[in-house]
Ligand binder design. Structure first.
Ligand code: SF4
Ligand SMILES: [Zn+2]
Ligand SMILES: [Zn+2]
Length: 302
């Protein structure tokens, strides 16, 4: 199997092409920068907070944003410490090393400080799938962190696999609102309490990020969180992988379609809708309390 650009031995062959190590890295970076330019994800002078877990995806994103945007933009790193012993404490060490090496300021926000309990304890006391609770708390805290550091945008390393899974989950749950919030830039609801989210890796597959991080010498933990793979998302994730191997290019088709749908219907589906405020924390909320405060109160009562 030969590289389609130089005829050296290829290290990867997928629906995105066949490349040797050098041309794969070039193609990877070009596609990320292409996504940023096409969807106008970053403007000159903006302060960008990278949601950095210390895993292979977010460290690869930090590396690319720092390489291409540190002269024109301020890049900072924010990390959410869910409190998962044996996993997050290790990735946080890696995150710190990489930020120091790249000269990037970083800040850590923990579930224990904000919600009273680390995730390991939450999974012991609260019923249900851990990722459902964890996802809500993390989304809240990432937004809080981005506001706290004064970022104009927050960049996450969500990739094509994550996005295809989210599309299918929201379709099957018949949640048009959440479906139209997907895509390379966040939200159909505008509020000064939300920092816009961008996903420069939207057209990059999970295996590609893994390979990129290895080739770039990013020594991240390559195993997922202990609680990953459970529940509905875990099942959909396995189906997306099956679908991609049965019909290569399916993930790209799914995410491309959702962008077209969002561009057509996003604004008419409440694009300028006003949103209320959580009575407890003041953050944007569609009911009296935001989801994170509801969980926080529930945990405090257990
Ligand atoms: S896999 Fe689930 S529990 Fe683990 S960090 Fe992700 S959302 Fe949280
Ligand atoms: Zn090549
Ligand atoms: Zn709240």
């Amino acid at each position: 199997m030969k590289c389609q650009s130089c005829r050296k031995d290829a290290v990867i062959s997928s629906s995105e092409g066949r490349y040797c190590a050098v041309h794969f890295q070039k193609n990877f970076e070009d596609r990320v920068i292409g996504t940023i330019k096409k969807y106008k994800l970053i403007s000159k002078g903006e302060k960008i907070a990278v949601a950095n877990s210390g895993g292979k995806d977010s460290l690869s994103l930090l590396y690319i944003l720092s390489k291409y945007f540190s002269k024109t933009n301020r890049i900072v790193s924010v990390t959410i410490d869910e409190g998962i012993h044996g996993y997050r404490n290790k990735t946080i060490e890696t995150m710190e090393e990489h930020c120091k090496r790249l000269g990037i300021d970083y800040k850590i926000y923990s579930y224990k400080d904000f919600f009273g309990k680390p995730m390991d304890e939450i999974t012991r006391v609260k019923e249900g799938i851990p990722c459902a609770t964890c996802g809500t708390l993390r989304r809240y805290l990432i937004n809080y962190a981005a506001m706290d550091v004064g970022a104009d945008k927050v960049a996450t390393a969500h990739n094509m696999d994550d996005e295809a899974e989210s599309v299918l989950m929201n379709l099957l749950q018949n949640d048009l609102g959440k479906l139209l919030r997907l895509g390379p830039y966040s939200g159909i609801v505008k509020s000064d309490g939300f920092v816009p989210r961008i996903k420069p890796f939207m057209f990059i597959g999970e295996k590609e990020t893994m390979l990129f991080s290895i080739l770039r010498g990013i020594d991240a933990l390559h195993t997922p969180c202990f609680y990953a793979g459970l529940g509905f998302r875990g099942m959909i994730s396995r189906k997306v992988k099956e679908l991609e191997s049965f019909s290569p290019g399916s993930k790209r088709e799914i995410v491309t379609k959702i962008i077209a749908l969002k561009e057509k219907y996003g604004e008419s589906y409440g694009g300028d809708a006003e949103i209320g405020r959580c009575e407890q924390c003041g953050s944007p909320a569609s009911s009296r309390l935001c989801d994170a405060c509801t969980i926080k109160n529930e945990l405090a009562a257990i």
